[in-house]
Design a protein around this ligand. Structure first.
Ligand code: CU
Length: 136
């Protein structure tokens, strides 16, 4: 599956109306949003102008994406993480994916709901999350 990371409206000359407390809206999209259980290859492309990452977390029953609590550091808990792609032009965990670069990882996922997110400070609250459904 492919994950795309970006900020909305980046490169625009005039600031738009403030859509939230963070000003800049950011985006994480996953295609397809549903995959069969088992080994899943994840490829994350950073189409934005800032560094980003992708962390895969289970989504508790009844919880919708985007509702995790962010700490004072602007990040959410990564407890239960199934893996991440955060290395510029490399696999697995690193210091973030540089703009215009790709990172990748392979996950083994059981059937269920997952949330893909960027855990750079403030990015989750700015909109960098998406649901992934794994079918049995
Ligand atoms: Cu980000």
């Amino acid at each position: 599956m492919d994950v795309s990371l970006s900020e909305m409206g980046s490169g625009m000359m005039s600031p738009g109306p403030n859509p939230g407390s963070h000003g800049t809206r950011m985006r994480l999209t996953v295609t397809p949003s549903s995959v069969p259980a088992g080994k899943v290859s994840l490829r994350a492309y950073n189409a934005g102008v800032l560094a980003h990452e992708v962390v895969v977390l289970p989504l508790p029953a009844g919880q919708t994406p985007g509702r995790r609590v962010t700490g004072s550091d602007g990040r959410v808990s990564e407890t239960g993480s199934l893996g991440e792609a955060s290395r510029t032009c490399g696999a697995g965990a690193g210091n973030g994916i540089a703009p215009g670069s790709t990172s990748w990882t392979t996950l083994t996922l059981r059937p269920g709901r997952y949330e893909l997110l960027c855990n750079f400070p403030g990015h989750y609250a700015a909109g960098m999350y998406a649901e992934l459904d794994v079918t049995g």
